[in-house]
Every structure is written in C-alpha cells, then in structure tokens.
Design a protein around this ligand. Structure first.
Ligand SMILES: O=P(O)(O)OC[C@H]1O[C@H](OP(=O)(O)OP(=O)(O)O)[C@H](O)[C@@H]1O
Ligand SMILES: NC(=O)CC[C@H](N)C(=O)O
Ligand SMILES: [Mg+2]
Length: 515
C-alpha cells in the first residue's frame, strides 16, 4: 500500500520539494521500503532522488536543495510486485514521449500480458519486475500514439481511457509531464484512494494544487477544497486549468475496505468517510460480537487492552460499550515502524517483540481481552499473546475488528499467498489454538461493512476480497492465485531481495551524497 503525491505550484519560481518531502513523511505509514521525489525545473528539466529506506533516511538537506522546480511527484513504497530492490523505487521516468514521471499505489493483475504486449507490439523496454513501470509504459505508449509534437488535455484523457481498457487491477496514480503539469487518476473501480486540494499561493496569483493518497497530507500542508478523484476519473492540472473527466462509465465503485481497517491514518477522510469514525463504529460493533461470544456473560473479562497503534480507537469504543476498563498494557517503541508492511516473516516477528512490551501491572492475574484491527499472518497476535501470558495474564482472549482473512490481496496489499494467512483453512477454534489464545472473536463482514458504509450509504460496494474471495475486477481464479503464490511467497521474495543493484534512470542525487 504505497503513498503517492504530486504538487504543482502557481509560482513557477517556487520550490515544490519542501512540501513533497513533508507529504511523504505524513504518508510514511503506507510504505517503509523506499521513497523518492522527482521535480521539474526550468525548461522542463527533471531532478530525482530516490532510494531504499524511510523518508528521513533517503533524503537529507543537500539532496532536497538539489531538487529544484515548482512541480513534482513523490512516492513511498511497500512492494507488492517485483522485489524491494532500489531499482524499483518510485517515481519512475521515461523520456519518450514528452518526459513522463509516474508514481503508483496498487497492483495489476494482468502484468504478464502487459509486459508481453509492451515488448512484442509497442517495442518498449521494461527494465524491472515492477508493475508500476508497466503502467507508466502503457501510458507512454498511448501518448505516443497521438504522434503529436505537443499534447493537450484531450490527448491525455484519451491515453488514460485506453490505459483503463488494458490495465486490470487496483491503481491510484500520479504523473507529471515535463513542462506541462501533473495528473491524478484512479482505477475504474476506485479500489485505491487519491484526493486533491488547493491552497492560495503565497507568492503568485492563483492556487497551488496537490494530489495525495490521503486527506491528512492536504490538511497538514494547508490545502482545502478537497475532492476525491472518482473511480475511472482523471484530473489534469496545469498552471492554466484544472480539468476533470470520468473516462469509464457503468463500473462498480468499490473502494478498499482494508484502508479503513488498517492502512489509512485515522485522521484521514477517504471517499467522504472519516477513518476515525469508522474505527469507532467497528469497536462498537465488536462489543456486540464479544457479548455473543460470551453468551452475554462478559464478567469473565477484567480488562480490555488494545494492540498499538491502529486498534486503539476501536478498543476504546469496545471498552465503553461493554463497560469494562480500557488499559494500555503494551508499551510501544515509537521508533519501530509498522511491522505488517516489513518484508520477511523473520523480520516481522522480531520487530513485534522489539516494538511492543507488556507491562505486568496490567496483566498480572487478570483475564484480558486484547483488541486488534485485524489478524493477517498472526505474527502480532501470536507474539503478544505469549507476552501477555509471560506478564502473568490468567486468560487471554483476542478480538479482531475485521473478519478472518482467508484470501490473498491482489490490489496493492502484500498478502499474495493463502498459505501465509493464519485463518486459511482453519476454524476460529483452530486459529485460537494456533495463536495461543483462550478464544478468538472476529467482527462479521456485514458488521464491518456497515461500520464504514453507514457514513456514506451511497457507496454500495466495497472491495472485501481478502474476507470473501470476491474480486471485483474478475481475472483472479485458482490459476492466478497459484501463479501469485509461486511468484511472491515469502521465500521467493527473500531470494529476489538480495539484488539491490542500481537503477538505470535519471541522474540520482541519492548516490551523490549517500556514497
Ligand atoms: O496478523 P499480522 O500479520 O501480525 O497483521 C496484523 C497486525 O499488523 C498490523 O500492525 P502494525 O504493527 O503493522 O501497525 P500499527 O502499529 O499501525 O498497528 C495490524 O494493525 C495488526 O496489528
Ligand atoms: N503497495 C503498492 O501500492 C505497491 C505499488 C507497486 N505494485 C510496487 O510494488 O511498487
Ligand atoms: Mg497493529
């Protein structure tokens, strides 16, 4: 689940990079593996800095100062295709046509076909295993078809419409055309989020415009008048105009439910729904599920303890609804990032221990109900249940604000293999046994959907594929799942990640100063 952003400032002499850098820091929770910024300066010259690591590690003051220009694109990466290699850090660039820069959140399900077509028909060279590089080249090829010396908005809309017809999967994208402007677009089902806003320029007439994965970025940087890019919609922003167009009709809007459960920051509003409010609602609904589990006899629970960080809002609400005390039993080391989006099971497991520490004071001799937003591989739950027991808990129940996850994600969350999911082919009782809990309680899917949808009933469908195996784009059958499992299971990924050789691309400021 990567983070994307793009900025165009009204003043051609302004520097876009401070805000882009800030934006990436705010989007860090969406990707910790790599970060990058490309800016566009005078005469359409592009400047790049990207590399592996957290935002604070990839850029320093000198590198930022070199990224000149009043428009640019930024990305934080959590890989779901290819490897974690530096060569797949984004944004990507192709020089032809027009000088295109591109950043993508999501994942394609027909990458193999696109790769073949780009090679055999379009004769475009693809240099990595990244699906984002494919998307960029499809866009480039479509723009090339115009055969024009200079393009206009109509040409770009046509190119993106054609891209919609050929690219299947989840994708929210930002692009920049050198010397022209910035573009944001969202897949026809609107699975991945993207929003934009404007801010009065401090140094020129008119407005600065910014796209971002989440509204919290726009809030923090003073952009107002937020507009979610719609499903199948493209928005083109130049110094002269903002042009929007919905390019695909009659498809089902189906935003990802897991954004609300885990991915997005709680202070974001996605597609008009406050993530925070939806998490409170999940916690309240979970309380009902807990009552059912205990047949109304909840006296067995002494205390409710959240699994930091994401589950906190929900757990507070569960505690209030059940009238059982809420306590912070796990202390979190704020310098360790999100463990779920770290690569490799060993790393994830080790980091749960590094990150969370159980305080005996809250566990000793108590029956505890731990509340988390989700149980995916069971890495977190297994470790912390053991920690709770080591800290003296008598009984440990584990409740999840999301239903059991039994199917892979193919739209931009790195859970490609069913066999890595703790709930795969296990009953609730077997899951409890596997993670070492005295009982496991899941929120039901209808209740989860309701907790989000009630804030915007006009959204009729959500992408719930990880819970029910229903894939809105089609094209995800048993064969595809097997193919994905072979391609991206944990052991294959750890072999691929050994290679982190340099990318062939723009002059990269990362190397100038990092070596
Ligand atoms: O079952 P698992 O495979 O462990 O995945 C689920 C856990 O991972 C996430 O936490 P993470 O530590 O990544 O982030 P957070 O601090 O935002 O909760 C999520 O909030 C769950 O706690
Ligand atoms: N999580 C994402 O959005 C990943 C984007 C893209 N598929 C990549 O692997 O770089
Ligand atoms: Mg968590």
């Amino acid at each position: 689940m990567c983070g994307i952003t793009a900025l165009l400032m009204a003043d051609p002499n302004a520097m876009a990079v401070p805000d882009l850098f800030e934006a990436l820091g705010i989007l860090q929770h969406r990707g910790q593996d790599a970060a990058g910024i490309v800016t566009c300066g005078q005469r359409g010259r592009l400047y790049q800095c990207k590399g592996n690591g957290m935002v604070r590690d990839v850029f320093d003051g000198k590198q930022l100062a070199n990224l000149v220009g009043s428009l640019g694109v930024g990305h934080v990466r959590y890989p779901t295709a290819g490897s974690s290699s530096m060569s797949e850090a984004q944004p990507f660039y192709v020089n032809s046509p027009y000088g295109l820069v591109f950043a993508h959140n999501g994942n394609l399900i027909n990458a193999a076909d696109l790769r073949h077509d780009l090679d055999a028909r379009a004769h475009r060279h693809i240099n990595t295993e990244s699906d984002s590089e494919l998307l960029l080249n499809v866009l480039a090829d479509n723009l090339q078809q115009t055969g024009k010396f200079r393009i206009n908005e109509e040409d770009i809309f046509k190119a993106i419409k054609d891209l919609y017809a050929s690219c299947k999967g989840g994708y929210a994208c930002v692009a920049m055309i050198a010397g022209f402007g910035i573009i944001g677009f969202r897949d026809p089902n609107g699975i991945r989020p993207i929003i934009y806003g404007r801010r009065k320029s401090e140094t020129a007439e008119g407005f600065d415009y910014m796209f971002a994965s989440e509204s919290v970025v726009l809030d923090a940087l003073g952009f107002t008048d937020h507009v979610d890019v719609g499903p199948g919609e493209a928005v083109i922003i130049t110094r002269d105009s903002v042009t929007r167009r919905t390019l695909v009709q009659d498809v089902t809007f189906s935003p990802c439910l897991f954004e609300y459960v885990y991915f997005a920051r709680q202070d974001s509003i996605i597609d008009g729904i406050s993530v925070y409010k939806s998490r409170l609602a999940m916690g309240e609904a979970l309380a009902e599920q807990v009552k059912t589990f205990f047949n109304g006899n909840i006296n067995d629970i002494d205390v409710i303890i959240p699994v930091p960080d994401t589950a906190r809002a929900a757990a507070i609400q569960t505690s209030q609804a059940l009238n059982i005390p809420y306590r912070e039993g796990f202390n979190k080391n704020r310098y360790v990032g999100r463990t779920f989006i770290m690569p490799g099971q060993q790393t994830r497991r080790k980091n749960v221990r590094r990150k969370l520490n159980a305080m005996a004071l809250e566990f000793h001799d108590k029956n505890v109900l731990l509340v988390d937003d989700s149980i995916v591989r069971g890495t977190t739950s297994k470790e912390i249940i053991q920690m709770a027991r080591d800290a003296g808990a008598k009984k440990v129940y584990f409740a999840s604000c999301a239903p059991a996850i039994r199917y892979p994600n193919v739209y931009g969350i790195d859970m490609p293999s069913r066999f890595e999911l703790v709930a795969y082919s296990r009953s609730d009782e077997e899951i409890a046994e596997e993670i070492g809990a005295d009982g496991v309680i899941y929120l039901g899917l209808p209740e989860l959907i309701h907790s989000v949808q009630k804030f915007r009933p006009s959204i009729e469908v959500f992408d719930t594929s990880v819970f029910d195996g229903s894939y809105i784009t089609g094209g995800v059958d048993e064969n595809y799942m097997r193919h994905l499992e072979d391609l991206r299971n944990d052991s294959v990924k750890s072999r691929n990640d050994v290679d982190s050789s340099e990318t062939l691309g723009l002059h990269n400021h990362y190397y100038d100063f990092a070596k």
